[in-house]
Design a protein around this ligand. Structure first.
Ligand SMILES: [Zn+2]
Length: 321
């Protein structure tokens, strides 16, 4: 009987389920929407019900299941299996998700970790970071998050919160806040949601831009419209994407200077804007980099969409050998 591991990648919009075999192949997929206003108890209830559905539909008996891993878009206390805070699912705070799942699926190894950490593991073992001993996964997404691989291992830090480098301050007290409480962090310039907020602010202040013609209501404006405005040569689109490129490259450069890690694998929705984005971030980082013979490698994620699931499987392999 082939043993399978269940990976659950909880994102800001959807929850992806995948059953993976020992070759890290996804043999079954299932997907539902993430209810952002859900209460913690309902959330674990939803996960339990959907896990049952996945096992049933895939014809996988519970005895065949060798582990369950959940990647959360959250600050996770990995050792204790607690979801400390979650930016997108805001009612989940200090929630012992692992112990609650353990009660329902007793005897099955279960782990909970941060979703960006899972993506970092996958890209390092089987994606764009393969062969590098140290690597940072950079999620250029709705938010800006990182996952650190140091000496071929995932680095979680003292409290499990390593990878919050998007909230490092670059213009303290200036600009907008992404909700972390400190205006002027890297994320407040270099993520999808803040990109949109900068655009809306500029429009409110009278900037003329093609973006207003792209949507019937400004509440529909998203990063894709801003990228399209940039491609069409729109002045505001250009200004905002240039700003994003500048702060994203500064963020990477500062990490390089602090840790001397040379490989940065970038994934997340913003990388779909086009190859120009990472090419320009590479160009800017190279301009900042004065270290002779120390190249900074900025690469596009090789497993977009699946790195969250594959990372969950690898995390289970590592934790329960
Ligand atoms: Zn922040």
């Amino acid at each position: 009987m082939e043993k399978l591991k269940l990976a659950i990648d909880v994102g800001g919009t959807k929850i992806a389920y995948g059953l993976l075999n020992e070759k890290n192949e996804i043999t079954y997929r299932y997907q539902t929407l993430t209810p952002l206003e859900i209460m913690p108890e309902e959330f674990t209830q939803k996960l339990c019900t959907e896990i049952d559905t996945v096992l049933k539909q895939a014809g996988c008996a519970q005895e065949q299941l060798a582990g369950i891993a959940v990647g959360m878009p959250s600050y996770v206390d990995y050792e204790n299996g607690i979801v400390v805070t979650s930016g997108s699912i805001r009612h989940i705070k200090n929630y012992p998700a692992r112990d609650i799942l353990k009660k329902r699926f007793s005897g099955i190894p279960i782990l909970i970790d941060n979703d960006t950490n899972m993506a970092a593991l996958a890209e390092h073992r089987c994606g764009a970071g393969k062969g590098f001993h140290h690597m940072v996964y950079v999620a250029l997404s709705t938010g800006l998050g990182t996952g650190f691989i140091v000496n071929d291992q995932l680095f979680r830090g003292s409290y499990g919160g390593a990878g919050e480098s998007g909230h490092m301050l670059i213009t303290p007290g200036k600009g907008i806040t992404d909700g972390c409480g400190n205006p002027g962090c890297f994320m407040s310039y270099a993520c999808g949601s803040c990109l949109v907020r900068h655009a809306l602010l500029a429009i409110e202040n009278g900037a003329s831009t093609r973006m207003t013609e792209m949507v019937t209501d400004l509440s529909e404006l998203n990063a894709k419209h801003i990228a399209e405005a940039y491609r069409q040569g729109d002045a505001l689109g250009k200004k905002l994407i240039e700003q994003l490129i500048y702060y994203a490259s500064l963020h990477i450069y500062n990490l390089f200077i602090a840790f001397n890690i040379n490989c940065y694998v970038c994934g997340g929705g913003l990388t779909n804007m086009g190859d120009f984005l990472l090419e320009r971030i590479q160009e800017q980082a190279d301009l900042l980099n004065t270290q002779e013979n120390q190249k900074i490698y900025i690469k596009k994620a090789a497993l977009p969409g699946d790195n969250g699931l594959i990372g969950c499987k690898i995390a289970l392999d590592t934790a329960f050998q």
